[in-house]
Ligand binder design. Structure first.
Ligand SMILES: Nc1ncnc2c1ncn2[C@@H]1O[C@H](COP(=O)(O)OP(=O)(O)O)[C@@H](O)[C@H]1O
Ligand SMILES: Nc1ccn([C@H]2C[C@H](O)[C@@H](COP(=O)(O)OP(=O)(O)O)O2)c(=O)n1
Length: 252
């Protein structure tokens, strides 16, 4: 079966006719940039970390950066519904992301932010903060500089990586899943959380992220869409690794 065939193997699409057939014995390109976008609970973080670890690439969770700046705004008494106040404060926090997929880290002004950025308060306010254009342009520049300095390449996950942050990424993936599957996965993480309430919160956040003016959540025209609803996490990881391999081979 060739890479030119438009085949769906247990829900994993091939790259299709855009690629030439892989050639035997051709060395793969060393560095590769992979953009993985999609709504919450589709498996972006789990897939991106595992793919990066398997392929020896760096990993960047851009959602964690938007959560970090939101946490800073809340901690410093900035009203997140006041876009002008958020814009005026946006350049103050120093956000540093560690890109080892085995141990990703995030600090704000030197303090470990990994725990505090996952609270319900941050989750409910992050869409408002990340819709502010000044926040987006600062964080986008940070993301580009991290991607540029990743020696062996990087997997970057978020909402606008393929469309805005890294439009020249070597491979763009857009993960989807039904709201029911996403809510079940998320409420499994938040012990005792009500699935229906989780689903409503997810759908509300998706709507806010998809409808904002600046760089909304969207599938890039050249992204490969993978519906993860009926796939195991291992299948999604295998699918993305296969797509990276196909892309690397075809690039030579
Ligand atoms: N294909 C899958 N099947 C079942 N559970 C999954 C799958 N992909 C991810 N998960 C689980 O769903 C939860 C959310 O995944 P995560 O990678 O954080 O999604 P996202 O980054 O898109 O919000 C995690 O607990 C993860 O282990
Ligand atoms: N590239 C990105 C990444 C995240 N965001 C915003 C929008 C999202 O609702 C929040 C949080 O993203 P995160 O990936 O942590 O969210 P989930 O883990 O999927 O719940 O950040 C964004 O605007 N652009």
């Amino acid at each position: 079966m060739g890479a030119g065939d438009s085949v769906t193997l247990w829900g994993c699409p091939h790259l299709g006719e855009a690629l030439s057939l892989p050639q035997e014995g051709v060395p793969t390109v060393e560095s590769v940039i992979v953009a993985i976008d999609g709504p919450s609970g589709t498996g972006k973080s789990s897939t991106s970390k595992a793919v990066a670890a398997k392929l020896g690439l760096s990993y960047l969770d851009t959602g964690a950066q938007y959560r970090a700046i939101t946490w800073w705004m809340i901690s410093n008494g900035v009203d997140v519904t006041d876009a002008e106040a958020v814009a005026n404060a946006a350049s103050k926090p120093v956000i540093v992301s560690g890109t080892d997929p085995g141990r990703p880290t995030i600090t704000v002004d030197g303090a470990d932010a990994a725990g505090p950025i996952r609270t319900e308060e941050v989750t409910s306010k992050v869409s408002a903060v990340s819709a502010v254009p000044e926040v987006r342009s600062l964080i986008t520049e940070l993301q580009r500089s991290i991607a540029r300095s990743a020696e062996h390449g990087i997997v970057v996950e978020g909402r606008d990586i393929g469309t805005t942050v890294l439009p020249d990424a070597d491979l763009k993936i857009f993960l989807t899943a039904s709201p029911e599957a996403r809510a079940a996965r998320r409420s499994g993480e938040l012990k005792g959380a009500d699935v229906q309430a989780t689903k409503e919160a997810l759908v509300k956040r998706d709507a806010a992220d998809s409808s904002r003016k600046t760089s909304p959540l969207a599938k890039a025209g050249d992204a490969v869409e993978v519906d993860t609803t009926d796939l195991t996490l291992d299948q999604v990881i295998e699918c993305v690794v296969t797509l990276v391999d196909e892309k690397r081979t075809a690039a030579k």
